[in-house]
Design a protein. Structure first.
Lengths: 113, 114
């Protein structure tokens, strides 16, 4: 069936360190992936996206890597800050016609001061 | 410019009751998608509305229905509530619903069924 999964439920890092959050997806035909950040009491917030014709994309302090061979995504956050503490979801587009998103279970990132 | 807004923020219902949740999309957006997020889980797609019609539906029973109005706002209705319907209901808006157009999420409505 459709599924996008994350490897670890919780990641704890020291402020200033780099964070890496991993995600595995099951549909080899997926061509668009998105990382979302969800803070407590809020809806998911877009962080960065990547299409299947790329293997790396960089934003401000964030980098997404895509390995289509093993169907694996990762989100790297440089110099992690307390404000980065949240739940992070990877999502794939389940339908190119409507943009239906298929989310993984989420990884909680805890940043220790 | 207001983003996606949802009402109410919180709601408590009992089993068997019916509930209506509301969503106003981001200015300029014409497509609304609804998601259910159980505690500790990722959001699950319920359905999407575009041009006042349901365009795609996820794996949810007919107890879940919706509507989109001419001003693009949307309602989610759930009949015969079950305990398992307790969740955060998220609304996301986008332009045309095209897959590569960014979807903006509202803060959600927290529904508790007792």
């Amino acid at each position: 069936g459709e599924s996008v999964g994350l490897h670890l439920p919780t990641l704890s890092v020291q402020e200033g360190d780099n964070s890496i959050i991993n995600c595995a997806y099951s549909n080899s035909a997926s061509d668009y992936f998105i990382w979302y950040k969800q803070e407590s009491g809020k809806g998911p917030q877009f962080i960065i996206d990547i299409r299947s014709n790329m293997d790396k994309r960089q934003g401000q302090r964030v980098t997404v890597l895509l390995n289509k061979t093993v169907k694996h995504l990762s989100l790297q956050i440089a110099a992690t800050q307390p404000g980065d503490s949240a739940v992070y979801f990877c999502a794939e587009i389940g339908s190119s016609n409507t943009g239906k998103l298929i989310f993984g279970q989420g990884t909680t990132l805890q940043v220790k001061p | 410019d207001a983003g996606v807004t949802q009402s109410p923020t919180h709601l408590i219902k009992t089993r068997g009751q019916q509930v209506t949740l509301r969503c106003s999309p981001k200015s300029g957006h014409d497509t609304v998608s609804w998601y259910q997020q159980a505690l500790g889980q990722g959001p699950q797609f319920i359905f999407q509305y575009y041009e006042e019609e349901e365009r795609q539906r996820g794996n949810f029973p007919d107890r879940f229905s919706g509507h989109q109005f001419p001003n693009y706002s949307s309602e989610l209705n759930v009949n015969a509530l079950l305990l398992g319907d307790s969740a955060l209901y998220l609304c996301a808006s986008s332009l045309d619903g095209f897959s590569y157009n960014e979807q903006f999420f509202g803060p959600g409505t927290r529904l508790t069924v007792l």
